[in-house]
Design a protein around this ligand. Structure first.
Ligand SMILES: *Cc1c(COP(=O)(O)O)cnc(C)c1O
Length: 340
């Protein structure tokens, strides 16, 4: 199969239209079979529920080429499960996890020409999503829904090398206790746009959000979970009901324990302890782990000993082991790497 003529190494993180996307419609209480289509546009009524009341959820994953030339994706069943949880919380019909995985693999196969070659650092980003599509003016859930999967090739995350991030403790909150922070819904991103634009204006890469109730505990950033490493080499991740359960973070915690023999613990993390950690990273599908060099708490700098030039040693090991597992150079746990 001939690849598209794309400069993989210099791709950014921008939408590039690919040939096919999967579409399935929910009407009269049931999902149809779904089809691959070349039509990238969605046509809907002006009063569609998603446009008026933001009834929309999504997932994010990637397809890539392994060292031995297979086109694969990483733990798609977990994305399917998470999307089921998101749907339930927003009163949307569940798109069943096995059909979700099938749709994702089908869309990847149809766009095989856009899956970057091994070693390019680029990947094919996969975006499953679902929204309420019929007209709704009184506040209530839609009756009709559309589930879609599109793909877009994206460039290497650490283009031009790894640069540890500087993040600020945000005065804005991301998620309320008993709210929707734990689901992957567009609404969580709409309200983060002002906070991230403001952070960038002030010279920060990201916002560290705290728990909204007490503002003493670390939650996450707008789109990634935190991992910390203690000075005695224990991996710690914040525990909270309002954090989005990152698949990358859950995988890294397992890698820490089972591949690296480290202690790994999910527990409440207080802002007051930040100064005691040796390393800090952000985890999510796009970067796997992005090191954080510095957290700024209202002008007070908390600098991690790993510094502003490179990943800390434990972060690096976690990064190399998980990317090795993904790329097929390290043996993966059963079911983690799924061929398209
Ligand atoms: C998607 C997302 C993450 C990362 O999850 P992965 O499954 O690792 O990609 C973390 N936090 C938020 C708020 C997210 O939306």
């Amino acid at each position: 199969m001939e690849k598209k003529n794309i400069d993989w190494a210099n791709l950014g993180f921008c939408y590039v239209q690919t040939d096919y996307r999967f579409v399935s419609n929910y009407k009269n209480g049931a999902w149809d079979e779904g089809v691959l289509t070349e039509d990238a546009n969605v046509v809907m009524n002006e009063c569609a529920c998603v446009l008026q009341y933001a009834q929309t959820i999504f997932e994010g994953m990637k397809a890539y080429t392994t060292a031995d030339g297979r086109i694969v994706t990483f733990r798609p069943d977990l994305n399917g499960e998470r999307m089921e949880q998101s749907a339930k919380r927003l009163e949307m019909p569940v798109f069943p996890k096995d059909k979700f995985v099938e749709a994702v693999l089908k869309t990847i196969r149809a766009n095989e020409a856009y899956v970057p070659p091994y070693g390019s650092g680029a990947t094919l980003y996969v975006r499953p999503y679902m929204f309420g599509i019929n007209s709704v003016i009184g506040v209530k859930p839609a009756d009709e829904y559309q589930f879609r999967v599109f793909t877009t090739p994206v460039g290497p995350y650490f283009k031009g090398g790894v640069k540890p991030l500087t993040i600020r403790i945000s005065d804005f909150d991301r998620a309320a206790p008993n709210g929707t922070g734990h689901i992957k819904a567009g609404l969580n991103y709409a309200m983060s746009l002002h906070a991230i634009m403001d952070a960038h204006k002030q010279g920060y890469d990201e916002n560290m959000y705290l728990d909204a109730a007490t503002r003493t505990k670390v939650e996450e950033t707008g789109g990634a979970n935190f991992l910390f490493v203690t000075k005695d080499g224990k991996v710690v991740t914040p525990k909270s009901e309002s954090i989005l359960p990152s698949i990358t973070r859950r995988s890294l915690m397992q890698v820490a324990k089972e591949y690296l023999g480290l202690e790994a613990e999910e527990r409440e993390v207080y802002v007051d302890e930040l100064k005691d950690f040796a390393e800090c990273g952000l985890c999510g599908t796009a970067a796997v782990i992005s090191p954080v060099g510095k957290v700024v708490d209202h002008g007070k700098e908390i600098c991690f000993p790993s510094g502003m030039d490179q990943m800390g040693p434990v972060t690096r090991k976690l990064y190399e082991t998980l990317t090795g597992i993904q790329m097929g150079t390290i043996k993966a746990p059963l079911g983690w790497v799924v061929e398209a």
